[in-house]
Design a binder for this molecule. Structure first.
Ligand SMILES: *Cc1c(COP(=O)(O)O)cnc(C)c1O
Length: 416
């Protein structure tokens, strides 16, 4: 680690006390909510037991779903390690809600990369499109919803499901706060009572105290190898919201007639409960790491999004490098500063589900976990790094210093 960089990071950190205090306050409120849920549902050691086979009568699994429901302001929830990750949970949810001739309307532009083949935006023999599910899209305007167009389409056409993706994915737009979500949902409800509003909530959990369900969404979906897994969940995803819709999702994940009743927890209940218990604090660490990164990189002359003092909707920090080598070296430096596989060097390559080559630094305990310090980006202009996580702020800070030291060293060496 370079002395000069340590000095700059420490100096910039001094200016973040008030902002960090707000992050801590938010984490306090969310921690209180998690603890209230544990108390309300009398969580005890008996919930850590496991089921195998069909997984009937898994009291731990059922309690976890009650706790998640409480924390997410949901009527019901499906929280399962049978979901591989968030993308799978989103897929199950879409297939559960949509039928032939129904229309899915995305009002946040192009959805997350891994959903392109699911919807059929990119050809795939198993897509929703092959079942006759139609797809439409309305782009954001100035980083906010195009309310007029949305209302016009809802008046003119029969839309079954509206999809909203809060986090930016690999796009250059801003992520969407609960306040923006609340406004658009109110507008949607003035023209349609029944359209199902589904929210991809990946990376946004516990960043604020309200959830999309608090402000009127019908169903939300997320990944357990991101925020709510607290770094402890080995895999999994969740779907939460209206009871009737969660039941449809359960019957798609397992089978019609069995729904939530089956699905063995295989000994993972404690991990999910403890992960959720840590999650508010882990999300706070990720946020503070993101804020410090924004502050320091801006100081060093780079464009960042969001800025250190902006209102945040998710834990993702962008650094717009505008330089391919810098993006690759910065990601390399994040890997060097990781706990696991720090000796490995990430190189850009093809990833299933993604259009461009992607570089991914993820020296994580759980494969691909991006609540742990990680940094990735598609190899395309303007060469944006998407940095997420850190289970603790201290490791995040060390990761940042290491990445900057490594980037500077490698880039000067290359010039010689
Ligand atoms: C990460 C992400 C997903 C997919 O989640 P995985 O757990 O990686 O499958 C979907 N949507 C958004 C917006 C994401 O950020």
């Amino acid at each position: 680690m370079k002395e000069e960089i340590i000095r700059i990071v420490n100096e910039e950190e001094q200016n973040l006390k008030d902002i960090f205090a707000k992050v801590n306050e938010n984490s306090f409120c969310n921690s209180k909510k998690v603890l209230d849920a544990f108390h309300k549902y009398k969580i005890s050691e008996s919930h850590f037991g496991k089921t195998t086979g069909y997984g009937y009568n898994d009291i731990g699994r059922d309690a976890i779903e009650k706790v998640f429901s409480y924390v997410l302001d949901a009527e019901d929830a499906l929280v399962r390690t049978q979901f591989i990750s968030g993308s799978h949970a989103l897929t199950v949810c879409l297939f559960a809600l949509l039928r032939p001739n129904d229309t899915l309307l995305s009002i946040t532009g192009l959805p997350y990369d891994t959903l392109h083949e699911v919807i059929g935006i990119k050809k795939n023999k198993s897509s929703l499109a092959t079942y006759g599910v139609k797809y439409k899209q309305i782009d954001l305007v100035d980083n906010d919803f195009d309310v007029d167009t949305i209302k016009k389409v809802l008046k003119e056409e029969k839309i079954k499901v509206i999809a909203i993706q809060r986090s930016k994915g690999y796009s250059t737009r801003k992520s969407l706060t609960i306040a923006k979500l609340e406004r658009v949902i109110k507008e949607i409800r003035t023209v349609s009572r029944d359209v199902i509003i589904m929210v991809d909530n990946c990376y946004c959990e516990f960043v604020e105290t309200k959830t999309p369900l608090t402000v009127g969404a019908d169903i939300i979906v997320g990944s357990l190898i991101k925020n709510l897994g607290g770094g402890l969940a080995s895999n999994g995803g969740y779907i939460a919201g209206r009871k009737d819709l969660v039941e449809l999702a359960a019957e798609r994940l397992s089978l019609p007639g069995e729904g939530k009743e089956v699905g063995p927890s295989l000994g993972l209940n404690k991990e999910l409960l403890q992960g959720l218990y840590f999650a508010p604090s882990v999300v706070a660490s990720a946020l503070k790491t993101a804020i410090l990164t924004a502050k320091v990189l801006e100081k060093l002359g780079y464009d960042v999004e969001p800025k250190y003092n902006a209102e945040r909707a998710d834990i993702v920090q962008n650094i717009i490098f505008k330089d391919k080598e810098k993006l690759i070296k910065y990601c390399g430096g994040i890997q060097v500063g990781s706990a696991i596989d720090a000796f490995a060097l990430p190189i850009p390559s093809y990833m299933p589900g993604y259009d461009d080559d992607v570089i991914m630094a993820s020296g994580s305990f759980v494969q691909g976990s991006s609540i742990e310090l990680s940094c990735d980006g598609p190899i395309r202009e303007p060469y944006i790094a998407y940095q997420q996580g850190s289970l603790t702020y201290e490791y995040g800070k060390i990761g940042l210093i290491t990445a900057l030291s490594y980037m500077e060293e490698e880039c000067t060496q290359e010039k010689k």
